[in-house]
Design a protein around this ligand. Structure first.
Ligand SMILES: C[S@@+](CC[C@H](N)C(=O)[O-])C[C@H]1O[C@@H](n2cnc3c(N)ncnc32)[C@H](O)[C@@H]1O
Length: 406
């Protein structure tokens, strides 16, 4: 058995050397039918990696995939599973092909890997997902349940109380003879869904090695945990930079990797020597940890047609309209900030963003007013929030009334 090895060669020829029913899980990330050459240079520009994804026609591509997918099925154990990574270019054709090879009844899920990547380049919707087709070899496949956290909108009763169906088949909270609600068993969370929010590797990610279309280790870890246990064997017949094998090794699984490119095999070997994984702060802390704007602040920003930005202590948003092709930054004074502190933060952050104007929304009056207007540039404007304007209006009215009373 070829376990814990990386082999240079065509996936088809190499898989022929593996016996029947040997592998617990296969993940493949083959060319996607992008009709392009995928190219990238390593971090320090030392090496260029590329692979061709050009085909004469869809039929040629599907025939190529068919031969290799049949081999995948043969080497899988009866309890094994296959994950085929693809995207909108050919996912629908591959689904039909896989239904024919594995049988429709063994289709388990169409996993949507969803991420955020910004680009304004083309007309139409931003493409922010890829597809992973999950098939088992038989109905007796290994499957480890993974639970995720309840969403912020989940009602506490939904978590704590047991549910039953009433006589009309409607799901209702279970009550005992005295009409008291019955608590359910301790809950583990919500079973993992088929939409996976996993960040795309950013250009500065530690685990990035400069291989074209390199996938995040987190994505592969989730797949491997789902259908294998420690010591099981994971195969990646199109391993590229070896992400699957790195994830497998980290999780104490055995692995086999294949790639037609010699450079890819060398790169994957190096990655396996010193395992490096990027911690996703977003996933660790949750999205809400990055939300530093309150609902009130977001409402103020929306009312002045500004787009809120999170994770910046100096700028809370930008006006939707640019002025002379340059952005206008906005900051809302925080409760614990003096006007001086807020202005200084806004000024510093806006300088690096080349903002033409800066707008600071004052939300309260400082106990001691130390703000020196003359020390700030004249493109920084201070505007009072509505409640401050109203408070000031009433103060003035009170003043007028007392004068009148005299
Ligand atoms: C999309 S990349 C894989 C990227 C990988 N998942 C990663 O995270 O780095 C596809 C890989 O398939 C390889 N490849 C293309 N045709 C192949 C074949 N017939 N047999 C084996 N590998 C092949 C390419 O060299 C390329 O490295």
């Amino acid at each position: 058995m070829l376990e814990n090895t990386l082999i240079n060669g065509d996936a088809l020829n190499v898989m022929k050397k593996i016996g029947d029913n040997q592998i617990d899980a296969i993940y493949l990330d083959p060319p996607f039918y992008t009709q392009d050459i995928q190219k990238l240079t390593s971090r320090k520009n030392e090496e260029e990696y590329s692979f061709s994804d050009r085909w004469n026609c869809m039929d040629e591509y599907l025939e190529y995939m068919k031969l290799r997918l049949y081999e995948c099925k043969r080497v899988l154990k009866e309890t094994g599973s296959l994950f085929v990574h693809c995207d909108r270019n050919a996912s629908h054709y591959l689904k039909v092909l896989l239904d024919q090879i594995f049988g429709i009844s063994n289709f388990q899920s169409e996993i949507v890997w969803s991420y955020k990547r910004w680009s304004n380049s083309k007309k139409g919707l931003l493409n922010n997902h890829q597809i992973i087709l999950f098939y088992s070899k038989s109905e007796d496949f290994k499957f480890n349940r993974i639970y995720t956290e309840y969403s912020e909108t989940t009602n506490i009763d939904q978590i704590l109380q047991e549910r039953v169906r009433d006589e009309k088949g409607k799901s209702v909270y279970k009550c005992d003879q005295n009409g008291e609600v019955v608590f359910g068993k301790s809950k583990k969370g919500v079973p993992l869904s088929d939409v996976w929010d996993i960040p795309y590797l950013n250009p500065k990610a530690k685990e990035r090695v400069g291989y074209p279309t390199q996938k995040p280790i987190l994505l592969l870890e989730q797949i491997i945990k789902l259908v294998t246990d420690e010591n099981d064997i994971v195969l990646d017949p199109f391993m590229g930079s070896g992400t699957t094998l790195v994830a497998a090794k980290m999780l104490n699984r055995r692995y086999i990797g294949i790639d037609i490119s010699k450079k890819a095999v060398e790169l994957a070997e190096n990655r396996l020597e010193s395992l490096i994984k990027t911690e996703s702060h977003l996933l660790k802390k949750g999205k809400s940890a990055y939300m530093n704007l309150s609902e009130n602040q977001i409402n103020i920003l929306k009312s002045i047609k500004a787009t809120p930005v999170q994770r910046n202590s100096g700028i809370d948003g930008f006006l939707d309209e640019f002025v002379n092709d340059r952005p206008v930054s906005v900051k809302i004074q925080k409760e614990d900030e003096t006007l001086e502190e807020a202005a200084s933060k806004l000024y510093k952050s806006s300088k690096t963003k080349k903002c033409i104007y800066m707008i600071l929304i004052r939300t309260h009056l400082d106990f001691i007013d130390t703000f020196e207007y003359s020390s700030y540039p004249n493109n920084l404007f201070i505007i009072d929030a509505y409640d401050l304007v109203i408070q000031d209006f009433f103060e003035r009215q009170k003043g007028k009334n007392s004068v009148m009373a005299i």
